[in-house]
Design a protein. Structure first.
Length: 300
């Protein structure tokens, strides 16, 4: 069954799978579920896989693109062409007059400023234009680099916050599993505690589980694996004695078809000798509907 959105149960399952904390059966079921095309579960798994692999971010320096230098050189070359074309050749003096001048007067020193004032003004204007263009380009790319850096920082911050949220989920999942283990150890470590093994029956030969019976505290703990329940159905736990069939609660399965239930031992179940699990309507039943999917005997 594919999922339309991520729930807390899906996130917990994906976190446990990424941590390698699922049993072999649970992990195999989840892998099959993802291979069947559930993109929601697969996306959640990859989030936690990323967290476990390593978390952190760094902001790289935003350098100006390589083509900026080429743009500036092309602009300078383009602006320089009109100024070069405006420099007209000096007027020539007729040869006869030049010869006469040469014989009459000594040669004059070359003029330092041979271009007219108008041409000097044109070159100055070109230089100022080029300077302003360079300054404008520099300010543009500086501003763009700063904006890109800010956007990158915001993106990295959002990613880091998401990673921290996922890490918190991982820790919560681990705490839940540790809490379950503590409950199991607290019962098995008590004198007189009973351990009841549940075995799958004909309708569900792969079903398995256990019930821990704490007669001192008057509590029981049931956990195990069952086949997926059909739509509108739910598993129900029963304690059976020679004279009564006592309801012990409904068993809700998670995405790996696993259940974990802790509750008080019903008062009428003190003399129970057998525990069984049946498939009932979603609100449960007053009496068990055969067949039993898993059965175990309560030892004296």
């Amino acid at each position: 069954m594919k999922h339309e959105r991520a729930t807390e149960e899906i996130r917990e399952l994906a976190a446990l799978y990424a941590l390698g904390s699922l049993t072999q059966h649970e992990a195999h079921s989840f892998e099959i579920h993802m291979r069947e095309g559930c993109s929601v579960c697969e996306a959640e798994f990859h989030k936690f896989e990323h967290i476990i692999a390593g978390m952190g971010f760094a902001v790289d320096e935003a350098a100006a693109p390589d083509y900026v230098k080429d743009l500036l050189l092309a602009r300078i070359e383009r602006e320089n062409r009109p100024a070069m074309a405006a420099a007209a050749p000096q007027a020539t003096i007729p040869e006869s007059k030049a010869t006469q001048t040469k014989s009459d007067t000594p040669p004059a020193p070359p003029l330092i400023f041979s271009q007219p004032a108008q041409k000097q003004t044109s070159i100055l204007a070109w230089a100022l234009t080029a300077l302003f263009a360079i300054a404008a380009l520099f300010m543009y790319f500086t501003s763009k680099s700063g904006q890109d850096a800010n956007n990158q920082l915001l993106a990295d911050y959002s990613a880091a916050k998401s990673d921290l949220d996922n890490l918190k989920t991982l820790l919560d999942v681990q705490k839940t599993r540790i809490g379950e283990l503590d409950q199991i150890l607290s019962i098995t470590g008590k004198p007189g505690a009973k351990v009841l093994r549940l075995s799958g029956q004909v309708p569900a030969p792969a079903a398995a589980g256990a019930i821990l019976w704490d007669g001192v505290e008057g509590k029981f703990l049931a956990f195990g694996v069952l086949p997926p329940e059909p739509e509108g159905k739910v598993y129900q736990l029963w304690f059976l004695s020679p004279t009564a069939k006592i309801r012990a609660g409904l068993l809700k399965l998670n995405l790996t078809n696993r259940f974990f239930v802790s509750d008080l031992i019903p008062r009428d179940a003190a003399n129970a000798t057998v525990a069984g699990i049946t498939l009932e309507p979603d609100n449960g039943s007053q009496f068990p509907t055969l067949p039993f999917y898993a059965v175990g005997r309560i030892a004296d």
